[in-house]
Design a protein around this ligand. Structure first.
Ligand SMILES: NC(=O)c1ccc[n+]([C@@H]2O[C@H](COP(=O)([O-])OP(=O)(O)OC[C@H]3O[C@@H](n4cnc5c(N)ncnc54)[C@H](O)[C@@H]3O)[C@@H](O)[C@H]2O)c1
Length: 445
């Protein structure tokens, strides 16, 4: 296999700070998980960077190194965590309240978790009506707020002795709003910060502060944040990578596993009804219709982009797709989802598929945050900036360059991710086309 030149990658020297706006269920499950793995008490299951393999060259048994041994990634020992929340609970208290991880596990790392206290949040209740936290910054203009966040970022980097930082939004889903004039240019956005433009959401202020400092930013929620031209302009200006949005877990993960299979076999779909019950704080926030709308838009786009009804009207032109989320406190973080899929095959004969996924939301999300943080740091060290579409694998509504439709098929997303890693390391991309391999095989006999 012909080798290309490996890219110039700055080494992962020193500590990487992972900054998390929002230290609720997902963030605390990530932090406690990494600390527990570091102590040798658990396995980082579900994390591709830690557990996944990648094929290099031919399909022979010894050509599948672990991803973390193939690319230059920050070791878990070198990660520092920090963040902000509207509640002042330390990470131990927040993790106990989230009820995701067993208290016995949390107790094995209790002092380290108690030492992690959130910084005061940049918060605006207008964007998350169902929260009443008081651990929030005061400000006159949103520009002051951005400056306070920049100060927090700098202090964190200095006091925790980090050589690099990344930021991953793990805050609540903000209410649905669309792009407007203030989001179009960086100059207009900064003017909006100074004049307290109402359609600049807190998540955008965090993203602005991060990008100003050249800190890569990932949006784990479906709200409008770094997917506006003004912030992409800033990312370009400071040479900073960004990715978004909405961690792909639970029901949507199942959809992007199953739907490509149906489409690959040219089976038709008449309807796809998805409903969920969820009882954590995320569920409470999503109980408000304005916040649910943000999530709904993110979840609905997935099937259309996999099935392409406009090019396949006979199979998918009449598909009815409905998504519901219901807040049901007894379920806690253990979300339960039901999917009813009405499909049809040869000569139009109908069939049904039922899925009942009893998942654990934050258990699925935490490894994604880890991978996204490590990979976006790699991107920065490799000199990549702007939208990192190769990270679509992790996201429900992947950000794409303007004019391109997102790729939702999880298997195609994985190929893109693997090939990007191969290219960074100077290896040929793998297309899995067979003729070459047959040719090689006959030569070997
Ligand atoms: N768990 C999953 O599977 C999953 C999947 C996709 C997306 N998400 C998204 O990830 C985010 C986090 O999920 P979670 O289950 O941890 O929710 P959570 O409610 O447990 O945690 C969110 C935290 O963000 C805090 N917060 C809200 N606004 C803030 C602000 N402006 N600044 C700082 N903190 C703020 C809240 O106080 C809360 O503690 C949500 O937006 C959720 O929709 C989660």
């Amino acid at each position: 296999m012909k080798q290309q030149q490996p890219w110039q990658i700055a080494p992962a020297e020193g500590k990487l700070g992972i900054l998390l706006p929002g230290m609720g269920a997902v963030a605390t499950t990530l932090i406690a998980g990494v600390l527990s793995v570091r102590k040798g008490g658990s396995q980082p299951i579900g994390s591709l960077t830690q557990m996944g393999n990648i094929r290099i060259g031919k399909r022979t048994a010894n050509n599948y190194p672990k991803i973390k041994d193939f690319v230059s990634l920050t070791p878990l020992e070198d990660i520092e965590f920090g963040g902000w929340d509207v509640y002042e609970d330390n990470v131990y208290q927040a993790a106990v309240k989230a009820e995701v991880l067993d208290v016995r596990l949390l107790d094995t790392i209790r002092p380290e978790l108690e030492a992690l206290k959130p910084m005061k949040a940049a918060f605006d209740k207008h964007y998350v009506k169902n929260l009443d936290g008081t651990h929030v910054k005061t400000y006159i203009t949103k520009y002051d707020l951005a400056e306070q966040l920049i100060e927090d970022i700098r202090n964190f980097k200095a006091t925790r002795d980090c050589s690099r930082l990344v930021m991953v939004w793990c805050g609540s889903t903000e209410l649905y709003h669309e792009m407007s004039e203030v989001h179009r240019t960086l100059a207009g956005f900064e003017e909006g910060l100074r004049s307290n433009a109402s359609n600049i959401a807190p998540s955008m202020i965090y993203a602005y502060a991060a990008l100003k400092e050249g800190v890569p930013f990932v949006n784990g929620a479906p709200n409008l944040t770094v997917d506006v031209p003004a912030l992409l302009e800033l990312a370009q200006l400071t040479g900073t990578p960004v990715a978004g949005k909405d961690f792909k877990t639970g029901q949507t993960l199942m959809k992007t596993i199953l739907a490509p299979g149906l489409s690959a076999r040219a089976l038709g779909v008449k309807g796809w009804f998805s409903t969920n019950i969820l009882g954590n704080r995320d569920g409470l926030v999503l109980d408000d219709p304005d916040n649910f709308r943000t999530k709904e838009v993110s979840k609905l786009s997935v099937l259309e982009d996999i099935f392409h009804p406009e090019v396949n009207p006979e199979l998918y032109g009449d598909m009815y797709h409905k998504v519901r989320i219901n807040y049901y406190p007894p379920a806690g973080d253990n979300k339960e989802s039901w999917d009813n899929i009405d499909i049809f095959g040869w000569l139009g004969y109908q069939m049904q598929i039922k899925i009942n996924f009893l998942c654990r939301d934050s258990i699925l999300a935490a490894p994604l945050v880890l991978d996204l943080a490590l990979f976006i740091d790699l991107a920065k060290r490799a000199g990549m900036s702007g939208i990192q579409e190769w990270l679509s694998f992790y996201l429900k509504s992947p950000q794409t360059p303007p004019g391109l439709r997102p790729e939702h098929d999880i298997f195609k997303q994985l190929v893109t991710l693997h090939n990007t890693l191969r290219q960074i390391m100077g290896e040929e991309p793998i297309t899995d086309s067979v003729p070459d391999e047959y040719q090689d095989a006959t030569e070997a006999f």
